[in-house]
Ligand binder design. Structure first.
Ligand code: AMP
Length: 219
């Protein structure tokens, strides 16, 4: 039987979890599971869950745990997650971390925490432009598209995600501090937390993440 391994990418909104997770997923051969993406897919498909989640997302609030947990556990029960997965944006509350630990008892879990100062987070988030067609992310300053307003990957229209507006970003950061930050201590206490400085060029951050994940995976 293949050993199951779950890597959790922790960090505030805007720390670069989504961008790093796509690359890291390939490097570690683990499927990338993002609860934010799952909610956005539900929203795009007009499901009841998508509609329920939308009001919380647009307000910069967390979607209630019961809605998140069912969706996430359904997703990680798929065959592609049999060998493990890379979680991005989950868990975000202590009850979510506890529910995951129960679900994964006996599975090797490792949390990578991306640290980025607050001022940098606001600039990163409000400058973000997301492709409405393929989800690719550009940034007005750090990765501008070749042609303004169009995605480099697929040519789709770039938009400001409703939760990347300034007032929503401020709210998301406050929610992060209150509800998600305690997870650092939770995973540190369990001896499975690695800290990575996320306030550097994306390539440097990426190689540190791979090193941290590989060091523990090989242990
Ligand atoms: P993200 O793309 O990870 O920043 O997620 C976008 C939004 O989806 C968040 O601001 C929350 O409203 C919601 N969301 C995503 N993951 C979770 C989670 N684990 N718990 C609660 N809400 C979530």
């Amino acid at each position: 039987m293949t050993k199951r391994r779950v890597v959790i990418l922790l960090g505030p909104p805007g720390a670069g979890k989504g961008t790093q997770a796509s690359r890291l997923s390939a490097a570690l051969s683990l499927p990338h599971v993002s609860t934010g993406d799952l909610f956005r897919e539900n929203k795009a498909q007009g499901t009841a869950l998508g509609k329920q989640a939308q009001e919380y997302m647009d307000a910069g609030k967390l979607v209630p745990d019961e809605l998140v947990l069912d969706m996430l556990f359904d997703r990680i029960a798929h065959a592609d997650c049999a060998g493990g997965c890379l979680l991005d944006g989950f868990p975000r509350t202590l009850p979510q971390a506890e529910a995951l630990a129960l679900r994964l008892s006996g599975v090797e879990v490792h949390a990578l925490n991306l640290r980025v100062p607050d001022a940098a987070l606001v600039e990163r988030l409000t400058g973000r432009r997301t492709c409405g067609a393929c989800g690719n992310i550009h940034h007005v300053r750090y990765s501008p598209p070749k042609q303004e307003g169009s995605c480099d990957k697929c040519g789709g229209a770039l938009v400001v995600r409703s939760d990347d507006r300034l007032e929503t970003v401020t709210r998301r950061l406050a929610v992060y501090r209150e509800q998600t930050l305690p997870l650092e201590g939770w995973y540190r206490q369990r001896g499975v937390l690695s800290e990575v400085d996320g306030d550097r060029a994306a390539d440097l951050v990426f190689s540190d993440l791979v090193r941290a994940a590989t060091a523990v995976g090989a242990a």
